[in-house]
Design a protein around this ligand. Structure first.
Ligand SMILES: [Zn+2]
Length: 410
């Protein structure tokens, strides 16, 4: 939902501005943070001078009459705009723009009853003030979602309890239909955050990698039949992948896990027992046990601690992020999948993945399915075509691939 860094200075454009449009060559004082969001720069550069002209022009018209007021509005506004930065001076650009916002909203509240242009500009500033406040709340929420360990668990417990307590209070105070409506809204919000694998509401989730390669991720292994086959296919296309492995399976097939590492791939944490039906509603202790024990098994078997965590079927619960962060894990989802864990026809799976497959995609595949090898082969063939458009055919194994590696994820 929110760009990680779109170089916007104001909260409004950090949250609602376009994702990546910095003015890279701008060397003015405003861009001392390394560039400014283009939408933000344009909006502020037009809105502030225009408001100054309208506001100053209105006062001059009241003092000197409409003709003189109109004639002097632009030069007087120019003078005001030269003086105001000295009054609204602050080292931090975000604080400085906060002061401009405060000034604009204060003026707007004072003039919002006025008709015509002044009233229109006052309405715009009030709308900007309201949206900026909402953006500040979004940023504060996101910052709190980065609290890790016990603090994060305590905060998230409050986050789930307080809205439900409010729904009960509303039901008691205004009638149970209203209380049930509020409870349904709260439940809908949390369900959308938990059940949508790419939702960023509960914390940062990696769903894309760096182009031009694609990142292959293979879940639910190791598997004594599929893992060796898939490793051979990956070797043939000289591609590295992340295998999200289940702790209990790693304990059962330690040699396969070590072979995955030996061939240069990465193993991710996919919980101890893969409780796909109940992980979404697990409490903090069970969440920690599932992630920590899987982490310990993989590290003991392979000598390498995973860096990435993926929840079973992508359904994180409320406590997944603070537990994972405390163990040094980043959460990864995907942006391409073909439901290969339940579909037995590889053509149908590939029809869901291949048409829109492009550089930077994170593809979700599964082991222990009868179609795993065919699906992986077809996707790597397409990747080869994406990376080498002049040689779109399946290679014989001698061609080198510039595939995305796990290091480029994130
Ligand atoms: Zn899984």
């Amino acid at each position: 939902m929110t760009p990680a860094n779109n170089r916007a200075i104001t909260a409004l454009f950090r949250v609602f501005g376009e994702k990546e449009a910095p003015i890279s060559s701008d060397r003015t004082r405003l861009t001392s943070l390394g560039g400014m969001n283009r939408q933000e720069a344009l909006t502020l550069a037009i809105l502030i001078p225009a408001t100054a002209v309208v506001g100053v022009g209105e006062q001059l018209t009241l003092l000197c009459g409409p003709l003189v007021g109109c004639l002097l509005a632009v030069p007087a506004a120019f003078l005001v705009l030269q003086l105001l930065p000295f009054l609204l001076n602050a080292k931090s650009p975000s604080v400085q723009w906060g002061l401009w916002l405060l000034l604009g909203v204060s003026w707007a509240l004072h003039r919002c009853q006025t008709e015509g242009l002044v009233g229109l500009f006052a309405s715009i500033w009030i709308a900007i003030g309201v949206i900026s406040l909402a953006a500040k709340l979004v940023l504060a929420w996101q910052a709190s979602m980065n609290w890790r360990g016990s603090l994060g668990i305590f905060w998230r417990t409050l986050v789930i309890l307080i809205p439900h307590a409010m729904a009960i209070f509303i039901g008691y105070r205004f009638g149970w239909p209203w209380g049930l409506l509020c409870a349904a809204a709260v439940a809908g919000f949390f369900c959308s955050a938990i059940l949508n694998p790419s939702s960023q509401i509960l914390g940062t989730v990696t769903c894309k990698t760096s182009p031009p390669g694609i990142l292959i991720t293979i879940d639910d292994g190791p598997d004594p039949t599929d893992t060796p086959l898939l490793l051979d296919v990956l070797d043939r296309y000289q591609t590295k992948a992340i295998f999200f492995m289940i702790g209990e399976k790693v304990r059962a097939y330690p040699t396969l896990a070590r072979e995955v590492i030996r061939r240069g791939h990465e193993i991710g944490n996919h919980t101890l027992s893969h409780p796909q039906a109940s992980f979404w509603c697990a409490g903090p202790w069970r969440t920690r046990r599932e992630i920590l024990q899987c982490q310990q098994i993989i590290e003991q078997v392979t000598g390498t601690a995973p860096r990435w965590f993926r929840a079973p079927v992508g359904h994180r619960n409320l406590f997944t992020h603070p537990v994972a962060q405390a163990l040094g894990l980043h959460v990864m989802a995907w942006n391409r999948r073909g439901f290969d864990a339940v579909e037995r026809d590889p053509c149908k799976v590939l029809a869901r993945i291949l048409p829109e497959l492009t550089g930077g995609d994170v593809v979700l595949l599964h082991e222990a399915t009868p179609i795993a090898k065919d699906v992986l082969t077809a996707i790597l063939t397409r990747q080869q075509a994406l990376l080498n458009p002049s040689h779109p055919r399946c290679p014989d194994g001698s061609a080198s691939s510039q595939a995305s590696t796990p290091d480029s994820a994130g």
